[in-house]
Design a protein around this ligand. Structure first.
Ligand SMILES: Cc1ncc(COP(=O)(O)O)c(C=O)c1O
Length: 421
């Protein structure tokens, strides 16, 4: 049943129904993202049950489609937005101000202005800032509302060096300055929380670092116990198993360790601030697949190169992070051959896998790429003047387009002289 916690902790690529995916690809064309809203509800329910006393905020950057945000909102989560655009989306999805968090990383002036304008009617919105300069810019704009200070915990974790934000000086005020920054901020703002994020895609082997971050944030909260902090936000980053053989994260164990670590670090756990977490990937990753069609099959001495109509412009993670995504042909049962699946972009990084044993395929066959609900469509680009793909939401027996397929005209539309042939 959707939205219950007894649903399996991960939906593997093999669990998707080939007949249904084939039908969706036929109806809507490829490349096509498919996102299952019922699965998102299940993931939200598991998070809420693992962290019953915590404030769980969905990091919208993982997948900010309106239908996804509405689903998360209805499941009772808050939302963490990384830009003014995401705040606009969250408001459109109906998030009330008191469930809305904007995390400003080197925020452009137009983002600050826009968020402050939205905040005028979104009472309770919280701004998280990680530089004194950002605090000054907020104060210059007359902001004196709810503020959370982002701290650099000096502890990074995650599936790739490019996502280990926790020890990267860009993010948050240095840990040893955090206490004084928070204290000074209380004279200008309603300081409600402290925040840190270790990185994205933390697996079971890296939990020690997550715990270390929690302990450091607990210690900081203790040193600030005279200030009435509402919450300590220890970020997101809960990993999902991309490889078929990888076990899912034991979320309850992670939650228990997080709570224990925080309680141990707090002087007086009873009067202590609440725990907050902000997972993105965990909510949506396994709720999505990308469907793509084979257009070229080229046997080579080493590997069969299978050319498909999706590329790094549709799914950037393999090119950007060397990320592994499961791939399988729909209705395919041929013998396995070493296969390189490559997109239509003239870049050697435009490959979804290299020399991977996959069932032999032919031109016009369709492949499904798994665990793409997070940082999939969201990172799509127009590079090579490629229109972005469509995204379809399924929910039980129903399906609907939630992001239309773009056309070349859409890509050109921002150029003033698009009337030219
Ligand atoms: C501040 C912050 N919070 C939460 C997240 C969500 O991380 P994840 O999707 O790995 O849970 C991110 C991701 O980069 C982030 O930067």
């Amino acid at each position: 049943m959707s939205g219950t916690t007894d649903a399996p902790p991960v939906r593997r690529l093999a669990d998707w129904d080939d007949g249904r995916l084939t039908e969706l690809a036929r109806t809507h064309g490829t490349p096509l993202y498919v996102i299952d809203l019922a699965r998102i509800r299940e993931n939200c329910a598991r998070l809420r049950s693992a962290f019953p006393d915590a404030d769980v905020r969905y990091a919208a950057k993982a997948n900010a489609a309106g239908a996804v945000l509405e689903t998360v909102k209805d499941a009772g989560l808050g939302v963490e937005c990384a830009s003014a655009g995401e705040v606009v989306r969250a408001r459109r999805a109906g998030f009330p101000g008191d469930r809305l968090h904007y995390t400003a990383v080197n925020p452009p002036a137009r983002d600050l202005d826009r968020v402050l304008a939205i905040r005028a009617e979104a009472t309770g919105l919280t701004i998280t800032a990680g530089a004194v300069d950002t605090l000054d810019r907020l104060a210059e704009r007359g902001y004196d509302g709810r503020l959370c200070v982002r701290v650099n915990p000096g502890v990074g974790a995650g599936h790739h060096e490019k996502v280990r934000t926790g020890a990267d000086a860009t993010f948050g005020v240095p840990y040893d300055r955090a206490e004084s920054v928070v204290r000074e901020a209380t004279s200008r703002f309603d300081v409600v929380g402290i925040h840190a994020h270790a990185g994205s895609g933390i697996d079971a082997d890296q939990l020690d670092r997550h715990r270390e971050l929690v302990a450091r944030m607990g210690a900081l909260a203790t040193s600030l116990s005279d200030i009435d902090l509402e919450y300590v936000d220890v970020g997101g980053g809960f990993g999902v198993p991309y490889r078929e053989t990888e076990p899912p994260l034991d979320l309850s164990a992670v939650a228990a360790a997080t709570r224990r670590e925080l309680a141990d670090a707090l002087d007086d756990p009873k009067g202590a601030p609440n725990l907050a977490v902000e997972p993105g990937r965990y909510v949506v990753a396994d709720a999505g697949v990308l469907l793509t069609e084979v257009n070229t099959v080229k046997p080579t001495p080493g590997s069969t190169v299978v050319g498909v109509d999706a590329g790094m412009t549709d799914l950037l993670r393999p090119a950007m992070y060397d990320a592994y995504h499961p791939i399988r042909p729909l209705n395919g049962d041929g013998e396995d051959v070493p296969t390189t699946v490559a997109g239509p972009i003239c870049e050697s990084s435009d490959v979804f896998c290299t020399d991977r044993p996959l069932p032999r395929v032919e031109r016009d066959d369709r492949l499904a790429v798994g665990i793409v609900g997070a940082y999939g469509y969201e990172m799509a680009s127009h590079y090579n003047t490629r229109p972005r793909p469509a995204e379809v939401a399924v929910d039980g027996d129903t399906s609907r387009v939630i992001r239309e397929r773009e056309t070349i005209a859409d890509v050109l539309a921002t150029e003033p002289d698009t009337d030219r042939p």
